[in-house]
Each structure stands twice: as structure tokens, then as C-alpha cells.
Design a protein around this ligand. Structure first.
Ligand code: NBP
Length: 480
């Protein structure tokens, strides 16, 4: 990889959990790694605990760090997103020379990445915003990596990143995504999809618990079985593990002693906000973000506990049949949520001029990251069949899969509604699906209302042009 054996192939700035693990990953793959952290204790601790895992070049100043790198220098920043990242970029850019590459591997907002890339490019350096997924375990043993930036920077950096990424069937879970913020954008949508995927699993769990009356250990067995079929995925696998866990202190299922208030660090919310700005209905992701917010509104929930439920229906009579219906509902709403996520990626690519290969993206997500699943092979196949596929739902395979689940999906949403069990993603993705395939939507009425109160005009189904009805006058129609 290099002719210069004395200098480091790559450097990592920021040696908290993610940075130190990825530095170890590089070292374990035979790369010489320069390491630097603002507080030197972390650098020393890394060397003391893991210095024998490969060749590290520790530095205690940023200048020493930069000087230890071979050219073009490659410095991967793994510090807190936001101002800390800006501070480190500034320090590196001051110490580096034209042609060198600064990589931000943190969870940065893609618009920050677009700005930083522009600023750094103006200084003759390359800036690569790289989404890294898989948490601390992935960073150590093989994450999914989604680098943006120029093709030129990727040519120098790609082989290094690919070597430490996860691999599935021999293919690295790392590929160049597109210019400037493309990598962080798709990583953001990945996290949004992760929110939706976790929420549909949660909704299935609650239905099996509250509608079918099953215990967590039994539901763990069901998820284990589901993990052998279409739903085979890391998230379903760990769901079974969590549900099977008993709390040592109380002897109760662990899931029953965990406070039911879901946290979020922000990437799901960013995905929903970006979708609103782009005008893309990611209802599955949006409802998943809102569901976490609702769960965390503990005071409000406590105050609302006595709100009436109305007359509730009966639990499903055939439990085994209901379990299978829930599996199908979960699968169908998952397909819709992914389809919506890919719509957002299409829209982002169109807005920012990124040429994103969606099939390659599905390939990257097969390993290393939280949403890794057999399912992603099917998405890859769909984009192989038609690289310009207008929506994942329109692919023949997914169309057939949803059709196969549709009756069960409707039944489950009805049952949940009758029993007062909230299923925001099951229900909203079904409403989206029905909206998408509807011949007529009430949007015509909304256009009429908008024209009435604000003279916003409307288009007609039978003629070109914009029209306005003179509502306050003789109600005749004029061409606007
Ligand atoms: P943290 O996000 O907790 O950040 C801690 C690191 O940032 C330390 O090395 C700290 O140095 C450094 N830092 C801060 Br804070 N302010 C700094 C400044 N002004 N100048 C220089 N360094 C500064 O670390 P993490 O959890 O390892 O995550 C690193 C990045 O990876 C983040 O952007 C995160 O969002 C992203 N990420 C995390 C995960 C995950 O599962 N944790 C997954 C994927 C991506 P110090 O030691 O001197 O305080």
C-alpha cells in the first residue's frame, strides 16, 4: 500500500470508543496508524492496552501527528460531531499541505459536510465525509463505511477503508457514495431506516404480548423462528436475545424492568427533517421518530393514563394464525419503510447532484451496520434488474411480497385499532401504500379549499393551465 515504511498509512484523531476501535482495526489489518487525542491520556491508554495489536505511531500534538503521516496524508477524525469536529478540521487543515485528505468519520449532519468540503477544497485539500455504521463493535471488527468526497480522494483512501470494513461474500461493505455530503446523507437515512425497522419490530412485539397474550420468552422463540426466513436480520436476532433475557435482580423478564422511554441521538430526527424539506413522505421513519418522542414524554403519559379507551374488541381467537399475520404485517411495513428511505436518497441525490448507486448502497448495508439483513440482497437484486427503479415497491419481487402480506397487514392494523394497541408504523405505512395506489386522492378537495380561501388556483384533469373560481363573485371559472 505504501513505499514509505517509516510513516503511518493513516491517522486517527479522537480516541474515544469509536476512534480507538477503528485505529485498532487499521493496525490489526497491517496498516501503520498514527493516533492522536486532545487529552493524551487516551492515546497512552490505547498504546498501553492494545499497542501490541499492530504498529501505532502515537503523537501528543497535532503537528507531530501530521508529520508522522505518509503523503498524501490521510487523517480520520472520530470526535464529537458539531463544533469539536470543526475545531479539529481547522487544526488539521493548518498543519496539512495541498493534496492531503481529511476524513470525518463522525455522525455529522450532511449539510455541515457540504459546507466543510467546500471550505477545505478551497484550501487545496480533500475533505471526505464518511458515514460509519456498526457502533463500537463494528468499528473494531468491520463497520459499513459510506464515504463521500471526490473520486480522486477515494482512489487514495478507498483501499484502506475497504480493507477494514465488514465483508459479505468477499465484497467490502464500503464504496464511494458520491460527492461532498453524499456519504453522511446516506448514513443519516440508514439511521432513519434503522429507527423504522426497530419500531416495526417493537409494534410486532407489543401485539404478540398484548393482543396474543404471549410472554417475552415465548416471543423470543417466535423472533428466533422469524429470523430463519424473510425477516432474517441482525435486529430480529438481537430482539430475540433481549426478550429472552431475565433480570438478575428481580427474576422478571429484563424487558419488563427497562423504562419504556426510547432515547435518540438525532440522526432519525435529521432524516425526518430532511425528508420534510425534500417533500418526501417517509411516514415510517417519521412515525418511528415520533413514537420515541411519545415514549419519552413520561409526565404527559402519566397524566394521560386515565384517558378513556372506548369500547375495545376481542383478542384474536386463533393465536397461531395471528402470529403469522403479525409477521406479514411487520414484513410489509418494513418493505414500505425501506422503499420510503430509498425515495429520500433519490430525492437527496437529485437535489445535491449526487450520482448514487442504490444497488451498491444496499450491498454496503448487508454487513457491519445495524440494519444488516438478508433482505438487502433482495434490494440489490431489484436495482440490478432496474437501476432506474422509480420506487422499491414497484419492483416485481417486492410488489409480490407486499401483495402476499396485504390481507394480514390490514387485519393486524384493524385488530390493533380495535384493541387500542398503538401501531403507528404498521398503520401509517399501510395508509401510505393505499395513498400511493389510490386512483383519486382528496388533494382535489384541498386544492379547491386553497383556491377558495387564498386564490391559490388549481389545475384541471381535462385541460392544461391554472384556474381560479371566482368564489366571492358569480363562481365562474377563470384561467389564472
Ligand atoms: P464522542 O462522540 O464521545 O467524542 C469524544 C471524543 O471527541 C474524544 O476523543 C474527545 O477528546 C474528542 N473531542 C471533543 Br468531545 N471535543 C474536542 C475538541 N474540541 N477538540 C478535539 N477533540 C475533541 O466519541 P465516540 O462515541 O467515539 O464517537 C466519535 C464519533 O463517531 C462521533 O461523531 C459519533 O457521533 C460517531 N459515531 C459513534 C457511534 C457510536 O456507536 N458511539 C457510531 C457511529 C458513529 P478528549 O478525550 O480530549 O475529550
Amino acid at each position: 500500500m505504501t513505499n514509505d515504511t517509516s510513516r503511518a498509512h493513516i491517522g486517527v484523531v479522537g480516541l474515544a470508543v469509536m476512534g480507538s476501535n477503528i485505529a485498532r482495526n487499521f493496525a490489526r489489518h497491517g496498516h501503520v496508524v498514527a493516533v492522536y487525542n486532545r487529552s493524551p491520556e487516551k492515546t497512552r491508554a490505547l498504546l498501553a492496552e492494545h499497542g501490541d495489536e499492530g504498529e501505532f505511531r502515537p503523537a501528543e500534538t497535532i503537528e507531530e501527528f501530521v508529520a508522522s503521516l505518509e503523503r498524501p496524508r490521510r487523517a480520520l477524525i472520530m470526535v464529537q460531531a458539531g463544533p469539536a469536529t470543526d475545531a479539529v478540521i481547522g487544526q488539521l487543515a493548518d498543519a496539512m499541505e495541498p493534496g492531503d485528505i481529511i476524513i470525518d468519520g463522525g455522525n455529522s449532519l450532511y449539510t455541515d459536510t457540504i459546507r466543510r468540503e467546500r471550505e477545505i477544497r478551497a484550501r487545496g485539500l480533500h475533505f471526505v465525509g464518511a458515514g460509519i455504521s456498526g457502533g463500537e463493535e463494528g468499528a473494531l471488527n468491520g463497520p459499513a463505511i459510506m464515504p463521500g468526497g471526490t473520486a480522486e480522494a477515494y482512489a487514495s483512501l478507498g483501499p484502506l477503508l475497504e480493507s477494514v470494513s465488514a465483508h459479505v461474500d468477499g465484497t467490502p461493505c464500503c464504496a464511494h457514495i458520491g460527492a461532498d455530503g453524499a456519504g453522511h446523507f446516506v448514513k443519516m437515512v440508514h439511521n432513519g431506516i434503522e429507527y423504522a425497522d426497530m419500531q416495526v419490530i417493537g409494534e410486532a412485539y407489543q401485539l404478540l404480548r398484548d393482543a396474543a397474550g404471549l410472554e417475552p420468552a415465548e416471543i423470543a422463540g417466535i423472533f428466533r423462528e422469524w429470523n430463519t426466513g424473510d425477516l432474517d436480520s441482525y435486529l430480529v436476532e438481537i430482539t430475540a436475545e433481549v426478550l429472552a433475557q431475565t433480570d438478575a435482580a428481580t427474576g422478571r423478564p429484563l424487558v419488563d424492568v427497562i423504562l419504556d422511554a426510547a432515547g435518540q441521538k438525532g440522526t432519525g430526527r435529521w432524516t425526518a427533517k430532511a425528508a420534510l424539506d425534500l417533500g418526501i413522505p417517509v411516514t415510517g421513519i417519521g412515525e418511528a421518530v415520533f413514537a420515541r418522542a411519545l415514549s419519552s414524554a413520561l409526565d404527559q403519559r402519566a397524566a394521560a393514563r386515565e384517558l378513556p379507551a372506548g369500547r375495545l374488541g376481542e383478542a384474536p381467537a386463533d393465536r397461531d394464525a395471528f402470529v403469522e399475520q403479525v409477521r406479514r404485517a411487520l414484513y410489509a411495513s418494513k418493505i414500505v419503510a425501506y422503499s420510503q428511505g430509498f425515495d429520500e436518497i433519490n430525492a437527496g441525490a437529485a437535489e445535491y447532484g449526487w450520482d448514487i448507486d442504490r444497488g451498491a448502497l444496499a450491498t454496503i448495508w448487508r454487513g457491519g451496520c445495524i440494519i444488516r439483513a438478508r433482505f438487502l440482497d433482495r434490494i440489490k437484486d431489484a436495482y440490478d434488474r432496474d437501476p432506474a427503479l422509480p420506487a422499491l415497491l414497484l419492483d416485481d419481487y417486492f410488489r409480490a411480497q407486499v401483495a402476499d402480506c396485504l390481507d394480514a397487514w390490514r387485519e393486524v392494523v384493524v385488530t390493533a385499532t380495535r384493541l387500542g394497541i398503538p401501531t403507528p408504523v404498521f398503520a401509517s405505512t399501510l395508509a401510505y401504500y393505499d395513498g400511493l395506489r389510490a386512483e383519486r386522492l382528496p388533494a382535489a378537495l384541498i386544492q379547491g379549499q386553497r383556491d377558495y380561501f387564498g386564490a391559490h388556483t388549481y389545475r384541471r384533469v381535462d385541460r392544461e393551465g391554472s384556474f381560479h373560481t371566482l368564489w366571492g363573485d358569480d363562481r365562474s371559472e377563470v384561467e389564472a
